[in-house]
Design a protein around this ligand. Structure first.
Ligand code: 5AD
Ligand code: SF4
Length: 433
């Protein structure tokens, strides 16, 4: 009889892909059916994120809940980034946990389940060329890892300590994975890496790849069945002219660029070790807007990094108002273990931090309120990928806006022109034309 698997995936798209890899690996030996009810599961996996502080206690109280309600004999595994950095401590605080599997040790999932008290958290382990089994939650949009780890040492970021040094996946493997996904019905490819536009700098074993990121994009776009290519996250520092040129001119590359700003203050950017200035970021964003006025730009912003003054914060607001990002992901600074900024004593008071976050988000909402009505009556190409409640089906424009129309399964996996009849801040409602 098939076993049941409950898997909770927190964090970024990398984690989503790691969960898919784990599911595929588990299914090599025996069939696991996914369940949304942890109580009936034979295996419970928590795929954790550690980029911001979710009090560690919360993870342990969640484990406690699973332990209380789980089926007799069911196993529990803690995976992902928090597994990487807490390691043994998880067993100490929750001895009933059966295994701890780091974000860079996903290929060992079958071994972890087979043994008892299995621990693998080696962040130097190289699984960049490992041939994972096939499993995709969404057959229409295929996530594909192009690199693992990150060599940047941004002062606030724990990722280099949970996912190790940056290694690119050999391009032959990426291209064959794209072809496989295309055969299985994916028209859209979503390339993943911590720093995708640094692709090709180092292969496993220290070799250098034949392609850089721009060349990789060009090669993928030659595969007929693939109609759309997305990627995340690029680093503003590596947005050279060649990259912007390929991004703008290749019709298959979706016209939505993520440019993680983090801070608009050159002084703070320096302490963060981001490698660019406010002026450089603005110049790149303005160049992109000039080359491709229809492109959307999204960003990540951290407010209240240690030492951030009112003036520094106003620089961040200034960049936001100049670039007029279509989407922002904004966070209060959170001190993370193992990072250099965790040692800094000039912390910003939490009340001020909350205030700055609110100011930023309110100002961004105002930008969106100005932008949104302009979508009225516009026609966009939408790739439909998800059924929603109330007889709606959702898809995305090339610019990454979510569009909903009346319809059902017949639209899934299809690209259609949609006229927007009711634009809202987060969803554009429309009709297929
Ligand atoms: N505190 C707050 N936000 C953080 N991020 C990364 N580390 C931290 C931190 N210590 C944010 C960055 C990054 C996004 C994924 O999470 O903005 O781009
Ligand atoms: Fe993804 Fe970073 Fe969270 Fe790890 S810590 S899951 S890499 S966002």
């Amino acid at each position: 009889m098939a076993k049941k698997l409950f898997i909770e995936t927190l964090g970024c798209a990398m984690n989503v892909r790691d969960s898919e890899h784990m599911i595929a690996e588990l299914n090599r030996d025996e069939l696991y059916l996914l369940t949304k009810d942890a109580k009936e599961a034979d295996l419970i996996l928590i795929n954790t994120c550690s980029v911001r502080e979710k009090p560690v206690n919360k993870l342990f109280s969640e484990i406690g809940q699973f332990l209380k309600h789980k089926k007799h004999g069911a196993k529990i595994g803690v995976c992902g980034c928090t597994a990487s950095h807490l390691g043994e401590e998880i067993f100490k605080r929750a001895p009933e946990v059966n295994f701890v599997l780091g974000a860079r040790n996903v290929s060992k999932i079958r071994e972890a389940v087979a043994k008892d008290r299995f621990l693998a958290i080696n962040i130097n382990y190289d699984e960049s060329a490992y041939a994972f089994g096939e499993f995709r939650q969404n057959p229409y949009k295929a996530y594909i890892n192009i690199s693992i780890g990150c060599d940047k040492k941004c002062a606030f970021c724990i990722v280099p300590h949970t996912r190790g040094e940056e290694i690119s996946v050999p391009h032959e493997l990426i291209l064959s994975e794209v072809e496989r996904a295309a055969k299985n019905g994916a028209k859209e490819i979503f390339l993943l890496g911590q720093n995708v536009n640094n692709y090709g700098r180092r292969l496993s074993g220290g070799g250098k790849n034949k392609f850089n990121f721009s060349q990789l994009l060009t090669h993928i776009s030659k595969i007929d069945e693939i109609k759309r290519i997305r990627f995340t996250s690029p680093h503003p520092l590596h947005m050279d002219d060649e990259f912007l040129e390929v991004f703008s001119s290749n019709p298959k590359i979706c016209k939505s660029m993520h440019m993680p700003l983090q801070s608009g203050s050159t002084d703070i950017l320096k302490v963060m070790k981001r490698g660019y200035t406010k002026e450089w970021f603005l110049e790149r964003a303005e160049k992109l807007r000039a080359m491709l006025p229809q492109a959307s730009i999204s960003t990540d912003i951290i407010v209240a990094f240690p030492g951030e003054s009112e003036r520094d914060f106003m620089d961040t607001v200034d960049v936001m108002e100049k670039v007029r990002f279509e989407q922002i992901f904004s966070f209060k600074y959170s001190a993370r273990p193992l990072t250099t900024s965790a040692q800094m004593t000039n912390r910003v008071d939490d009340t001020i931090a909350s205030m700055r976050l609110k100011i930023l988000q309110d100002k961004h909402a105002a930008i969106l309120d100005e932008m949104t009505p302009s979508y009225m009556d516009k026609i966009f190409e939408v790739y439909f990928e998800e059924l929603r409640d109330n007889g709606l089906v959702a898809g995305r424009t090339s610019q990454n806006s979510t569009v909903c129309v009346k319809g059902g399964e017949e639209l899934l996996g299809k690209i259609r022109n949609v006229k927007i009849t009711q634009p809202q801040r987060l969803i554009l409602y429309g009709q297929v034309v």
